[in-house]
Ligand binder design. Structure first.
Ligand SMILES: [Mn+2]
Length: 341
């Protein structure tokens, strides 16, 4: 990895020349969040302003909870079996953002994997990128901060103004999402410096915060109430776990994403070091959100379960397993993991 963003940007810029009139396809991770969408769409928009052909590729539409970002429809495509071969033909290079590995891209795994030229901007811990053109900074609170720095370098290299108010707001959404309103441990001086620049460019931090963190719905509040009342506590209060079943989702008419904050609510219990929200998903897998405090490395634990993420927020998946059995396994392993710390 280049030591400096300016060196990385120069290398990537030189590489753009090889793309000729083909397209730079930008890949965020699957099950996108504010940072994945914010960083990927800003990068696509910035590359277009630099005179390049660029498009964000995802395996599903942008979820309704991010509608407030008002991402233009022509900026991204949903890859399906029907359009995959055409997208492969149009591909000049692939650019991963907010992830580094094809297997994080869900249905876009194959189309990213086939790219001859791969570039990466990411901030996840312990990624295994074999791309030579990778800028990975696990200390950055968000991929959006890194994309911002990259676009500033690209402005210098192209002599063009690339950032605009929309892009600034998308990047701000990414920063607010991944830094937890500037409150997670990953928040650092660069996070605030970038945010200050984005505010000057017209980002709307207040509207973003409402939509990202506070906006709720009747179904979501009902689902949270059900999940809270089913909570189980272990290890003298250090571990909290609860489940969200498809039946609960159905009965409460909870919208997509309604389960998202539940692990955080458990984590905030004063005695808790590790919190798990375990949910059934339509495809038959069990998805787990892990949130933690100092004393429990959520990234390291998720890795032992075949997942990944950040030190305080991570995730992993269970396959071919019943939800209660999987919860027992998580509690057993988390207990052993805590005892080793
Ligand atoms: Mn991120």
């Amino acid at each position: 990895m280049p030591a400096k963003m300016s060196d990385f940007a120069k290398q990537v810029y030189a590489c753009f020349a090889c793309v000729k009139n083909k397209e730079i396809q930008i890949f965020p991770h699957a099950r996108v969040d504010g940072d994945a969408v914010g960083s990927a769409c800003s990068l696509a928009s910035g590359l277009r302003k630099a005179g390049l052909s660029a498009r964000v590729m995802m395996d599903a539409p942008i979820p309704p909870r991010l509608d407030f970002m008002h991402i233009p429809e022509d900026l991204y495509s949903v890859v399906t079996p029907d359009n995959e071969s055409q997208a492969k033909e149009e591909q000049g290079a692939a650019f991963a953002v907010d992830c580094a590995e094809a297997h994080r891209m869900g249905g876009c795994e194959a189309i990213f994997a086939q790219a001859e030229t791969k570039m990466v901007i990411d901030h996840h811990v312990s990624v295994d990128s074999n791309s030579e053109l990778a800028y990975i900074d696990p200390k950055a609170a968000s991929a959006s901060e890194l994309v911002y720095a990259f676009l500033r370098e690209l402005e210098t290299l192209t002599g063009r103004t690339l950032l605009d108010t929309d892009m600034a707001n998308w990047l701000m959404v990414g920063i607010q999402s991944d830094s937890g309103k500037f409150s997670f441990e990953n928040t650092n001086p660069a996070t605030f410096r970038t945010a200050a620049d984005l505010l000057e460019l017209g980002a709307n931090v207040t509207d973003n915060a409402y939509h990202l963190f506070d906006e709720s719905s009747e179904g979501k509040v009902l689902l949270q109430a059900r999940a809270m009342s089913d909570m189980k506590i272990f290890m003298d209060g250090k571990i909290a776990i609860t489940k969200i079943t498809l039946k609960m989702m159905d009965e409460t008419k909870a919208p997509d994403g309604a389960a998202d904050g539940i692990a955080n609510i458990l984590r905030d219990i004063d005695t808790v070091l590790a919190a798990f929200a375990v949910r059934e998903s339509e495809d038959g897998t069990i998805r787990v959100n892990c949130r933690s405090k100092v004393g429990f490395d959520a990234a390291a634990f998720a890795q032992t379960m075949g997942g990944g993420g950040h030190h305080r927020a991570s995730g992993f998946t269970g396959k071919n397993v019943d939800i209660d059995t999987f919860m027992d396994e998580i509690v057993t392993k988390a207990t052993a993991f805590l005892e080793q710390q």
